[in-house]
Design a protein around this ligand. Structure first.
Ligand code: UD1
Length: 426
């Protein structure tokens, strides 16, 4: 497994262009299966999760090319709606294919994606949403088969505003007969992006971005070209890294309105932030101030996907901060790793109590999941001395060559890849 070696303690400085959003691109690629023909998606980042999704689509018969940041799909050769178990297990987001494949083929087979490092991650809301649209569901061990001769619009209330369930139901409802209303829908920007994409293909959806989404079923969709939104979590990761290293960074291709909660928190720590159109400038010179309480919650509140990264900044702050995680039960795995670097953090159930230290020190640490890995990279950049981050494949799921990204901002970071005889090459 690859490792990153980081020589820390150098303020980040310079300008960076932010990649397209993984969490927008994945459902959009899945939604492309609703139409027959050629679809072009731009600003699709080169990531492990995107590779896995494209491999699943190829396995189902779709033609898929990913050059630079453009994905070209030809869905006219799609012939199967049975997602192989091995591929399903590689990525939870394959669940997004349920709605579109059910709508296109009248049946779909998937396997329980199971839990993951950050929590149990149930799919009951996906399944009950599809059932409400008229699907029959058969569960046999981890295999889930779903059938529907014709999907029919329905009124669906989500007990929790799940991002994935909202997206799956939207995609299934697009070709259903009649009107579907999703109440207590998730409001994340990626859901608005999915609405824009589906409407570009001829769907009739309104309300994404609010808690009520209405989908008027249409007979058929037409292929289109589309560009995905900037990645708000990568943007936030770079902003926090700039702050933690006390650097000066300009971020291009951002959507500042998607990051209101992070900008508010960073300003409270004393970080200078200037916003101009799609440009964000971040500058920090002083030790950050602590924040009495941050709570992760569905959008527009503070995102769980930035919880581990901001914790690094708070670990360096003057004073005690409290972080409460309400979305995923297992999302404090980075805490033990940060402790190896000198952080003083105590976890009690879903809250972390962070007593800021004046300095972190380089150490060998392990990325346990995608965003925990990003946090360790930030900690390594800010720390004094050398940090080795292991299990980098978790980070590659969501960041396009993170060492190159931070390298552009002056970071001293090298990737080492093991070769057969256990030696490593940069
Ligand atoms: C998406 C994001 C992920 C982010 C998360 C929360 C993608 C590809 N991933 O994940 O990066 O961390 O939103 O912002 O967009 N739940 C149920 N039953 C369900 C579905 C979800 O109980 O059927 C629970 C989950 O266990 C979890 C919570 O709801 O505790 C949030 O999950 P959800 O919003 O569905 O997240 P994802 O769509 O999986």
């Amino acid at each position: 497994m690859d490792k990153l070696v980081i020589e820390g303690g150098k303020p980040l400085s310079g300008t960076i262009v932010i990649q397209g959003a993984k969490n927008a691109a994945l459902p959009i690629l899945a939604a492309s299966m609703l139409v027959e023909g050629k679809v072009t998606i731009d600003h699709v980042p080169k990531l492990l999760d995107i590779d896995v999704m494209l491999n699943i689509l190829r396995e189902l018969g779709c033609r898929a090319e990913h050059e630079d940041e453009t994905v070209q799909l030809d869905t006219s050769t799609l012939h199967s709606s049975h997602i192989p178990e091995a591929l399903m297990r590689q990525m939870r987001s394959s669940i997004f294919l349920m709605g579109p494949l059910l709508a296109r083929f009248g049946e779909v087979t998937i396997y329980q994606p199971g839990g993951c490092a950050i929590g149990e991650r149930k799919i009951d809301l996906h399944l009950s949403g599809l059932q409400a649209l008229g699907a029959e569901i058969e569960e046999d061990g981890s295999r889930i088969a779903c059938y529907a001769k014709k999907l029919r619009g329905a009124e669906i209330h989500l007990d929790f505003p799940s991002v994935g369930a909202t997206e799956n139901i939207m995609m299934a409802a697009v070709l259903a007969e009649g009107l579907t209303t999703i109440s207590n829908a998730a409001r994340e920007p990626e859901i608005q992006d999915l609405q824009h994409f589906l409407n570009r293909m001829g769907a009739k959806i309104i309300g994404a971005g609010t808690d009520t989404i209405t989908v008027e079923g249409v007979e058929k969709l037409e292929p289109c070209s589309y560009q995905v939104i900037p990645d708000r979590i990568v943007t936030g990761t770079v902003m926090v890294a700039a702050a933690a290293t006390r650097g000066q960074v300009t971020l291009l291709n951002t959507c500042p309105s998607h990051l209101t909660s992070l900008i508010h928190v960073l300003r409270r720590t004393g970080v200078q932030i200037a916003v101009d159109g799609d440009i964000i400038k971040v500058g920090a010179a002083m030790r950050p101030k602590s924040i009495d309480r941050i709570v992760t919650s569905p959008y527009p509140a503070f995102p769980t996907d930035l919880q581990s990264q901001i914790m690094v900044l708070l670990a360096l702050a003057d004073g005690v901060s409290v972080m409460k995680e309400t979305i995923f039960e297992g999302r404090f795995k980075h805490v033990d790793e940060l402790a190896r670097m000198g952080a003083d953090i105590r976890v009690d159930l879903s809250s972390a109590f962070i007593r800021g230290v004046s300095r972190l020190y380089g150490a060998t640490v392990e990325a346990t999941d995608l965003r925990a890995g990003a946090a360790l990279v930030i900690a390594g950049l800010a720390a004094q001395g050398k940090t080795v981050v292991e299990q980098v494949h978790h980070i590659d799921r969501g960041y396009d060559r993170i060492e190159a990204m931070f390298g552009r901002l002056g970071a001293r970071m090298t990737r080492f890849t093991p070769i057969a005889n256990n030696t490593v090459v940069p």
